[in-house]
Design a protein. Structure first.
Ligand code: GAL
Length: 953
């Protein structure tokens, strides 16, 4: 065996040595294979050369080594710790050199061949993903080494296999020259994190093959040609195809689209192997300046997906991948960008099967070079070009047979340079049937799509209208937002406003929300850990938790909002017109897979319901559909029609009756509560009483309503800043969170100016203002009563120079006890001015605990919008106008101070906020703030609540 101890290969820019050329990946065939996943012996060293390679020899005794699970990351299995940086390299930037402190994991696996392992033929050892660099030995013979963490690498090993025990030794280094190419915004997680498989390769078996399956929408035919290195036959039973490899066949066929993912089972048979194939016929083209599939332009309603599991990191099992895909389908997502590397190959099988458009991205990002103005950027340095081409080839060759993959992406945030051009040229040459994407070059020299990230609404509209200028090539290209709507914490706001632009301008072919899931790491004390929780010397905090799913894959309100905004059927109209407008927003499917229902609701409760016959409209078509007559005997009150589109039958991703789209049409307006001011304020018992209210005589503060004690009722303008309020450090100076804090809105003082017990009202005059500032809010509380109920009218008049928006405007108070919450208004989930699409008016109930949204870093959350009335803690509140309701077992100040959910400890009081208004949410954690119409300006305002004892607690 080789006793080479040199670690020069770690810093060598070459992609590797000894590995086989890349080829198509397939999950199964009739050739024998052996999974080498499972428990491996493991030894961790601090440096790349701390140990010699004698462990790779047969007979080495690793009995005292630890064990790790493969696939896995050793830092998530108790050896070392994970580290998170967004774009900063966590080591000195001196390419291609890496630190001496280079955690190195030696892995050992003994295996015997199964009894049925054929005695003849070759064998291949495949690694589907190792971060960041591996050197491999089998039975003491060195096979070679490779880099390219999320790419497959294979070695020919047939000649080395032995009938008895075999020893597979793998040395993995956390850092290598490859790390410079893998500076994606995520945890650094070394390890053998994808499958390791031994594949028997019988004589005459398939090596590489390329399925070309196009669709001609004019003739309704599919053309299939399978090119294979080893000649054979291709059969597609359902289409009566039985043809030689390399021979094209054209037959009538159904097309594949993400909406109608028709796959045909086929077999590629060579003399030595039968490989099952799943063929989808579809043609991707750039025509009329648009991305078209099967002759029709499409609209991406996408997400960026990193691979993530809160315990296993990027080592995902099939069930988790399937959960991602079904969750996407259930939430109307139709596209995935595999940010920022090719996913586990099985994920793409699922995309083919369930139907998702895929932008498949190469494992490439050199973002950290932005710190030095992109000097020394590997993508513009010829020495690195072979490594870049290797990454392109390993991506394209592995994934080229998936109908779901419609666009190749060169990588992410790698600046510009010759290496990228070389990659694009290679990809265009190898696979002319798909388009090439890369966001980092706004001139689009190498790409077929103009792509941007986080452009604000105004710019997107200019691009949509073709008013953005730019080089001629770019002006001729379709536009996508490969990232937008940064889903960090509460938000993103403004999704609907983007979607309206996408729908209004053909050139805008949609976008991909950043991102799918929070990368929180399950932690025994912190709930979910984020950057800095492992003592990293450089980190980017909770910027790694910016997904539409919480780490445990529970949908966040952001995902529910997105689902509503991108729903494939628009259900709109005027509830008094007797009809509802149904618009098919699919790009390919008609509405025959859906059935429709109506319900007529009064004061939030369904009075009657039924089915609604809707024609099977073609994509883009609309119809005005007659609603039934208003149900006879419907009670008086505020009324709505709710019309739903549901799955007519079970699908692979959701059962029959799953709601795909809905619309709510107002029929009549709400009657605003009236309280006659008939009661008189009366002094007595050290207080003032007015109807059911008891007030402090000196301060005018409310003490109780009937039997219900109330504390601390006063104006509140502070909310625990959201990640979007705080904004990212590089954003404009107009980040509201820091401005609010600078102004002191989190420490407002309430000066009492007067308590006036008049004829029919108790009036309390105050001025609410922060220390050290000359601006404030003159606030008057006017209480009246009809004997049973109290009406509070709050009048707010700003004084001073208020250029900063207010976080919120309303009152807060404490209740001694509250658990169940009932309300009539928006829900079921939270909503803010620019995240309110998914909120539907109904009668609702929940509990104080369930009203909380568990953002990994605690922040403002949980407001229910459009609340007409609510009952909690024995109190009933009616709003004039409707209000935002929030209730929690801690104060806003506690929420603001918390870093993790585990910091939130319930107190004795339930704090209730009744808000007249909230500042919008926006997406400024990495993107634009709220649009002007969602800003909460400090302006004179007046709002009222009617408060009474509800009799139930
Ligand atoms: C983008 C980048 C993503 C992620 C995001 C912010 O610039 O492409 O990887 O960092 O910003 O979360």
């Amino acid at each position: 065996m080789s006793l080479r101890t040199s670690t020069a290969y770690v810093e060598d820019v070459s992609p590797g040595s000894g590995v086989l050329p890349p080829r198509a990946w397939y999950a199964s065939s009739d050739a024998t294979s052996l999974s080498l996943n499972g428990s491996w012996r493991f030894r961790l060293s601090d440096t790349a050369d701390a140990e010699d390679d004698s462990f790779a020899a047969r007979g080495y005794d690793a009995g005292d080594w630890a064990q790790v699970t493969v696939p896995g990351h050793w830092v998530l299995q108790g050896h070392g710790s994970p580290a998170y940086t967004n774009h900063l390299y966590p080591f000195p930037v001196d390419p291609p050199r890496v630190p001496t402190e280079n955690p190195t994991g030696d892995h050992l696996r003994l295996f015997g061949l199964p009894a049925d392992w054929p005695a003849d033929g070759a064998a291949v050892l495949r690694f589907d993903g190792v971060e960041s660099c591996a050197r491999v030995w089998l039975n003491g013979t060195e096979l070679g080494e490779f880099k390219g963490s999320r790419l497959p690498h294979e070695f020919a090993v047939g000649h080395l296999l032995e009938a008895g025990d075999n020893v597979l030794a793998v040395r993995v280094h956390q850092w290598s020259s490859g790390s410079y190419l893998e500076d994606q915004d995520q945890w650094w997680l070394p390890g053998i994190f994808r499958d390791v498989t031994l594949l028997h390769r019988p004589a005459g078996s398939v090596r590489d093959f390329f399925v070309h399956a196009s669709y001609d929408h004019v003739s309704g035919t599919g053309t299939l040609r399978v090119d294979s290195d080893v000649a054979g036959r291709v059969t597609v039973a359902d289409l009566g195809i039985d043809t030689a490899t390399g021979e094209p066949v054209t037959v009538p066929a159904e097309p594949w689209t993400a909406e109608t993912p028709r796959l045909y089972d086929a077999v590629l048979a060579t003399p030595g192997e039968r490989v099952p194939l799943r063929i989808g016929f579809r043609t991707v083209e750039l025509s009329d300046g648009l991305i078209k599939v099967n002759g029709r332009p499409l609209l991406f309603k996408g997400v960026n997906r990193h691979e993530w599991h809160p315990e296993r990191g990027r080592a995902l099992d099939l069930a988790t991948m399937r959960e991602d895909v079904t969750l996407m389908k259930r939430h109307n997502v139709n596209a995935v960008r595999t940010s920022h590397y090719p996913p586990h190959p099985a994920f793409l099988d699922l995309c083919d099967e369930y139907g998702l458009w895929v932008i498949d991205e190469c494992d490439l990002e050199t973002h950290g070079f932005t710190e030095q103005g992109w000097r020394d950027n590997p993508v513009d340095d010829d020495r690195w070009t072979p490594a870049l081409l290797d990454r392109a080839a390993r991506t394209v060759e592995r994934d080229k047979n998936h109908p779901s993959v419609v666009i190749w992406s060169l990588g992410n945030e790698a600046g510009t340079g010759r290496g990228l051009t070389a990659m694009a040229e290679w990809i265009h040459g190898r696979d002319g049937s798909r388009l090439v994407h890369y966001e980092g070059d706004h001139d689009c020299r190498d790409t077929d799509v103009y792509s941007r990230m986080y452009a604000d609404h105004a710019e997107v509209e200019r691009i949509g209208r073709g008013l953005d200028g730019g080089p001629r090539r770019r002006r001729a290209l379709p536009f996508i937002l490969c990232e937008y709507a940064h889903a960090m914490g509460n938000g993103p706001g403004g999704l609907l406003d983007y979607q309206r632009l996408f729908e209004a301008h053909d050139r805008l072919q949609g976008g991909f929300v950043w991102e799918w899931i929070d990368h929180g790491i399950a932690h025994p004390e912190l709930g979910y850990a984020y950057g800095g929780d492992f003592g990293e010397e450089l980190h980017d905090g909770n910027f790694v938790c910016d997904g539409l799913l919480f780490p445990d894959r529970r949908p966040s309100p952001g995902l529910l909002e997105y689902r509503k905004v991108i729903e494939p059927v628009a259900i709109t109209g005027d509830g008094t017109a007797g009809t509802v407008r149904i618009t098919n927003r699919y790009d390919f499917a008609d509405l025959s897979a859906l059935s429709f229902s109506w319900s007529y609701e009064v004061e939030g409760e369904a009075v009657d319901l039924g089915t609604l016959p809707v024609p099977a409209l073609a994509p883009g078509e609309s119809a005005e559909v007659e609603l039934p007559a208003v149900p006879a005997g419907a009670p008086a009150g505020e009324a709505h029609w709710t019309v739903r589109a549901v799955l007519a039958s079970d699908t692979a991703w959701a059962p029959q009756d799953h709601v795909v789209a809905w619309g709510q049409l107002a029929v009549s307006e709400r009657r605003v509560p009236h309280v006659a001011a008939t009661a008189r304020p009366a002094h007595g018992n050290g207080g003032i009483s007015l109807g059911p209210g008891v007030f402090d005589a000196r301060t005018g503060a409310l003490r109780a309503i009937g039997e219900v004690p109330v504390t601390g009722l006063r104006l509140d303008v502070w909310r625990a800043p959201t990640d979007n309020d705080d904004g990212a450090a590089w954003q404009s100076d107009l980040r509201p969170g820091p401005l609010w804090r600078e102004l002191g809105l989190h420490r407002m003082r309430h000066r009492l100016d007067a308590v006036e017990a008049g004829e029919d009202a108790l009036t309390v005059r105050t001025r609410v203002a922060p220390a050290a500032r000359d601006l404030g809010l003159s606030t008057v509380y006017r209480w009246t009563s009809d004997g049973d109920r109290l009406r509070l009218t709050v009048s707010v008049t700003p004084d001073g120079d208020w250029t900063v928006p207010l976080p919120r405007l309303g009152i807060r108070f404490g209740l001694a006890a509250a658990d169940a919450v009932r309300w009539y208004g928006g829900g079921p989930g939270e909503a803010y001015p620019d995240t309110r699409s998914a909120s539907r008016i109904a009668r609702r109930q929940s509990t104080v605990d369930d009203l909380q949204t568990p953002y990994v870093r605690p922040q403002e959350n949980g407001a229910r919008i459009d609340v007409r009335w609510a009952e909690l803690g024995g109190l009933r509140v009616e709003g004039d106008p409707a209000f935002f309701l929030t209730a929690r077992r801690w104060t806003t100040e506690h929420l603001d101070a918390a870093a993790h959910l585990t910091d939130l400890v319930p107190g004795d009081t339930v704090w209730v906020n009744l808000d007249h208004a909230h500042h919008g949410i926006g997406s400024q954690s990495c993107g634009p703030g709220p649009l002007p119409r969602y800003r909460l300006r400090a302006e004179p305002a007046e709002f009222s609540f009617v408060l009474s004892a509800s009799g139930t607690g």
